[in-house]
Design a binder for this molecule. Structure first.
Ligand SMILES: [Zn+2]
Length: 311
């Protein structure tokens, strides 16, 4: 009898150990709406997370992302959803509903909107309606293009991860602390490179650069789109070209997923150089491999172009 009891105890202990090993090795499934968030989640979650992004780096959330059945499948098995919010990824709402996954619905532990705590720019004042453009109704959502905001984003990610996997909290904290050190050093380097551009006036196709410009002291004076999401009209372009000539604007930042024809026409009329830039990780045929590479690329492109102009 005693022998049987001992055997059962050993089996129970063994089973407990195996369960612990299995749960320790089990990765946390995370779905993000953008590739930038996918990369930042990896920075904080490290080996403990498996991350999938619903959109590619060369897709504009503002313009919308086509829903696919595979997206619902990813969301169905997700432990956590990480999104940009501010209506940038509004297209994900119907997919979240379709997944019927209670772990990732608004208010659940696994729901993370990383715009919480962001100092929002261009928030419309007063009554908001469709005449103001069909996007950016909650403020300009391109806040990941200010690297300082990655600190707020990773704070939200860190808190979300601690909620769903408290036993790994120390590890997530270590990873985030390491990221904060790295990003501070990188910001210093990027700021140094862009120092001669302080106050430099430029125009862009879409209003993707307000946070970037604020961070590095550049000055956006116009956009080819008359309002966010509204294609350039001849009357608006005439005014823009006149202003650019008067102000001597020499740089147009063009987000690489928008059509280039109109921007080329404006460049031809004004003599301003076009910089075709990715705005997200993976946004250059998959070549921009992480958040740091994204800024390295943008900063190098701006400075490189200027040096060529000076020749
Ligand atoms: Zn936008």
């Amino acid at each position: 009898m005693k022998k049987i009891f001992v055997t059962i105890r050993i089996i129970v202990i063994l089973a407990m150990c195996l369960t612990n090993i299995a749960s320790a090795a089990k990765e946390i499934n995370i779905v993000t709406t953008t590739t930038d968030l996918m990369d930042l989640v990896k920075m904080v979650g490290g080996k403990r997370v498996k991350v999938v992004s619903l959109s590619h780096g060369d897709q504009s959330g503002c313009a919308g992302v086509e829903p696919r059945p595979s997206m619902v499948i990813y969301l169905r098995s997700a432990d956590m959803l990480v999104r940009i919010g501010m209506d940038y990824d509004h297209w994900a709402d119907s997919l979240i509903d379709a997944s019927r996954n209670s772990k990732i619905v608004y208010g659940a532990n696994g729901y993370v909107d990383v715009s919480v705590g962001i100092n929002r720019l261009e928030v419309p004042k007063g009554k908001v309606d469709a005449s103001m453009g069909h996007i950016h109704l909650y403020g300009n959502p391109h806040y990941w293009l200010d690297p300082h905001n990655a600190k707020v984003i990773t704070k939200n990610i860190y808190e979300g991860l601690c909620r769903i996997s408290p036993k790994n909290s120390n590890c997530f904290k270590e990873n985030r602390d390491e990221f904060l050190l790295k990003i501070d050093m990188a910001i210093q380097e990027w700021s140094k490179k862009l120092k001669i551009f302080q106050g430099k006036k430029f125009v862009s196709y879409h209003t993707s650069w307000v946070y970037f410009a604020k961070c590095f002291g550049l000055n956006i004076v116009g956009t080819l789109e008359p309002k966010s999401g509204i294609p350039p009209s001849p009357a608006h372009l005439r005014g823009l070209i006149k202003m650019m000539k008067k102000e001597g604007i020499s740089m147009i930042l063009h987000e690489n997923y928008y059509p280039q024809r109109t921007t080329e026409m404006v460049s031809k009329e004004t003599g301003a150089k076009i910089l075709i830039l990715p705005v997200s990780v993976g946004g250059l045929n998959g070549k921009i491999e992480d958040y740091f590479s994204l800024f390295n690329y943008i900063v190098n492109k701006i400075t490189e172009k200027e040096s060529k102009n000076c020749e």
